[in-house]
Design a protein around this ligand. Structure first.
Ligand SMILES: Cc1cc2nc3c(=O)[nH]c(=O)nc-3n(C[C@H](O)[C@H](O)[C@H](O)COP(=O)(O)OP(=O)(O)OC[C@H]3O[C@@H](n4cnc5c(N)ncnc54)[C@H](O)[C@@H]3O)c2cc1C
Length: 326
């Protein structure tokens, strides 16, 4: 029988990322006829543990004495948690830390490692069918793991958080941090410039700008719109490369993968490398002056016009609408 472990690396309070990872693990564990264990790397408080149980963890393991993030130490700790609960399916979120640690854990366990997965199904014989986008998101591959340990990183927003059962409890265990002299050292921490609004990966609304914006100053229109809609500003690589917005706002193959309810692409052509990043968006709306721009092939709604003709009016209309309804 397989045992499923979800490894969480908290970056503060319990967030949607943790809820998604636990939900994916809970669903897989149910299909395999197993329970879900959760392992926590790094500091977490009791309310974090309560949320883990509410989303479906049956047991939880913390690591005592684990210092600030360091990939070797965290990989070794994750391996020890896996050993302590005899887990052979280990899930990570596809966060920066998750993606760094997962291969290290896979190496230590001699496991198959599959990153950036969007689907996960198990059966009562312990077989796993794992879906992973390939060719820049143009196709999905299905990988089948019949035996042996497997380490999987789930793409963010590929799973909707399940229903919470407040008040659910479970077993809490603590293991000591592994004795280890890491060969690498973190010299400096810098805080990512995520712009205003929610993190792009968590945003329900994203207003994104491309080369068609023309300059840095014009991004103010996107910021106003994002603020009115409670969303965040994103960008194409061309806009980031121009230095109009920080590279941390880049969406696409070499940027963030996002899955908002609404993605408004302004002056973005819709190159395949950009579209990879928005494959999970529910509704794509595009403003582009070129009717043949590829973005219109994926947009549910498109406006063929200069953005200058539309965005300022949209901002005024939304501001008035908000004022009327406040
Ligand atoms: C290995 C690799 C990885 C890459 N990774 C990424 C990635 O992660 N993310 C990414 O975005 N790109 C990525 N790219 C780059 C990608 O191929 C495109 O070059 C880039 O997405 C183009 O950005 P853009 O749509 O803003 O610019 P353009 O392709 O130049 O499009 C600008 C659009 O704006 C429209 N426009 C111009 N003026 C106006 C106006 N006034 N009103 C309305 N519309 C207007 C034009 O009609 C045009 O369609 C990658 C490329 C490579 C090779």
């Amino acid at each position: 029988m397989r045992n499923v472990l979800a490894i969480l690396i908290p970056a503060g309070a319990f967030s949607r990322t943790e809820a998604e990872t636990i939900t994916a693990g809970k669903s897989l564990a149910a299909q395999l006829g197993a329970d879900l264990s959760v392992g926590i790397l790094g500091p977490s408080d009791d309310s974090f543990a309560r949320e883990c149980f509410a989303f479906g963890a049956k047991s939880l393991t913390r690591v005592e004495g684990l210092a600030a993030y360091q990939s070797e130490a965290y990989s070794a700790a994750a391996q020890q948690i896996a050993a302590s609960v005899a887990a052979d399916v280990i899930l990570f979120p596809s966060t920066t830390y998750g993606l760094e640690i997962a291969p290290g854990v896979g190496y230590r366990l001699g496991a198959a490692v599959i990153l950036d997965c969007v689907g996960l199904i198990g059966d009562s014989s312990g077989n796993l069918t794992i879906t992973k986008p390939v060719y820049g998101g143009k196709a999905n591959s299905e990988l089948i793991a019949r035996q042996g340990p497997v380490v999987i990183a789930m793409r963010m927003r590929s799973v909707a958080p399940g229903e919470k059962q407040d008040g659910a409890t479970g077993e809490i265990n603590t293991i000591p941090a592994p004795a280890l002299s890491p060969r690498t050292q973190i010299l400096e921490h810098t805080t990512e410039d995520t712009g205003s609004g929610p993190k792009l990966e968590d945003a329900r609304v994203i207003i994104s700008g491309g080369r068609g914006l023309g300059n840095k100053e014009n991004f103010v229109h996107l910021e106003e719109l994002a603020r009115l809609l409670g969303g965040s500003v994103g960008a194409s690589r061309a806009a980031c490369d121009q230095g109009w917005v920080p590279a941390t706002l880049q969406i696409g193959q070499t940027g963030k993968k996002v899955a908002p309810d609404l993605y408004l692409a302004v002056g973005i052509s819709g190159a395949s490398q950009h579209l990879v990043g928005i494959a999970g968006a529910r509704h794509i709306v595009a403003i582009n002056k070129d009717a043949k721009a590829p973005i219109f092939q994926v947009a549910a709604l498109g406006v063929v016009d200069e953005w200058q003709a539309l965005l300022p009016k949209l901002v005024v209309a939304l501001t008035e609408h908000k004022a009327r309804n406040s």
